[in-house]
Design a protein around this ligand. Structure first.
Ligand code: NAD
Length: 296
């Protein structure tokens, strides 16, 4: 396939490189020249403009910071591409913007998918991302080779915006569960329980969850978790807060009651305000410990 890839940042850069590895011809565009140079060294054709990047392609992928960027880029490029061009947005964005993006594409006769990812920068580099996809079944089926080049698990979640819905619901669970696991370790410390003992029990009991067994927020029990590396991300506190805010916006507009999601958003707001935006989100345990009068 011939693909225009817009947004070559932490995620988009390695994703575009994996498309090249899989044999696709990829035109890349980003506002940052160093990122264009980096992509070019991986076989992406670096383009000087959006127009150049989307000229003659059959598919356009966007990987941008937020809904406003996606809408502005899609508005601009839809004037340039012929109808029938497939548009895929892999960014994590709010549901309303995702809906508007699908509507813009449909207005031009272009099929579209929302396809946010999980797996972080490691998954983007290794080509092992999970894709959560919203859009028509036929469009999804046709676009499989594109996703297979960048990911390992590719899940069609339903119609337009279902991918974004799955992403923010999953990350709301993640934010809440990381706080729960952190609270349990801090309480355990106060009760004289070792980290390892709590891990050994909870990891085979009903407290078991990904935040505990893959991403354990204390050093030791899971040697690969960011806690063993001074909470270097991983998944930064700023990104967790972004996703929790998106889930709260969605909950409000859909009329869902999500009190723990709201509390998690509040606690991650504080975590970010305390200067932890660049730290892994599991570092929130230090904030909980300090609030309990302990030291990290
Ligand atoms: P990033 O900031 O590194 O990359 C975004 C890129 O978009 C930047 O390089 C920026 O220059 C470019 N850009 C912005 N406006 C543009 C425009 N008009 N034209 C061309 N390029 C433009 O962000 P990232 O970490 O790669 O994340 C991208 C998306 O993926 C976000 O929506 C994020 O929430 C989501 N995401 C990130 C991670 C992660 O671990 N980083 C994990 C899952 C999902």
């Amino acid at each position: 396939m011939t693909i225009g890839f817009i947004g070559l940042g932490h995620m988009g850069g390695p994703m575009a490189a994996n498309l090249v590895k899989a044999g696709h011809a990829v035109n890349g565009f980003d506002l940052s020249q160093p990122l264009l140079d980096e992509a070019s060294s991986k076989g992406v054709t670096a383009c000087d403009s959006l127009a150049e990047a989307v000229a003659g392609v059959d598919t356009v992928i966007t990987m941008l910071p937020a809904g406003k960027h996606v809408l502005s880029v899609w508005q601009e490029l839809l004037v340039m591409v012929p109808s029938g061009t497939l548009l895929i947005d892999c960014s994590t964005i709010d549901i309303d913007s995702a809906r508007m993006a699908h509507d813009l594409a449909a207005g031009k006769g272009c099929p579209s998918l929302d396809a946010p990812v999980s797996g972080g920068t490691g998954g983007a580099a290794a080509g092992t991302l999970t894709f959560m996809i919203g859009g028509e079944q036929a469009v999804f089926s046709k676009s499989q080779p594109v996703f297979e080049a960048m990911g390992k698990r590719i899940i069609h979640c339903g119609d337009a915006t279902a991918g974004q819905a799955a992403k923010i619901c999953n990350n709301m669970i993640l934010g809440i569960s990381m706080i729960a696991v952190g609270e349990a370790f801090v309480l355990g410390e106060k009760l004289g329980l070792s980290h390892q003992a709590l891990y050994d029990v909870a990891s085979v009991s009903s407290g078991q969850c990904w935040s505990l067994t893959t991403y354990c927020p204390v050093p030791g029990p899971v040697p690969t978790s960011p806690a063993n590396n001074d909470y270097k991300p991983g998944f930064a506190g700023a990104l967790m807060l972004k996703d929790l805010k998106l889930s709260q916006e969605a909950a409000q507009s859909a009329g869902a009651i999500t009190p723990l999601g709201a509390k998690a958003a509040e606690l991650y707001t504080l975590f970010n305000e305390l200067g932890n935006a660049d730290k892994d989100f599991s570092g929130i345990i230090d904030m909980l410990r300090q609030k309990s009068g302990g030291t990290a």
